[in-house]
Design a protein. Structure first.
Length: 78
């Protein structure tokens, strides 16, 4: 196989790099927020931590139910 027969690497378009930079910035910001939230949770006392866990479980249950309802809408739509 000659060099001319091999597929050429293509550089992503300029829009790709803009999107990549925005995503990288967002990722770094969210990582910082995650670290800050983790530190705040570590400072909670036992009773406060139990309440956070209770509220978090309720939140997750509601989100799961919302996802199921949304999926049912999508099934009806198709």
């Amino acid at each position: 196989m000659s060099a001319s027969d091999r597929p050429r690497a293509q550089w992503p378009e300029a829009g790709f790099w803009e999107q990549f930079d925005q995503l990288e910035s967002r990722h770094q910001r969210l990582h910082s927020e995650h670290d800050r939230a983790r530190r705040e949770l570590e400072r909670l006392n036992g009773r406060e931590a139990d309440e956070v866990r209770r509220v978090w479980r309720h939140y997750c249950d509601v989100i799961a139910e919302l996802d199921r309802a949304t999926n049912e809408f999508e099934v009806l739509r198709s």
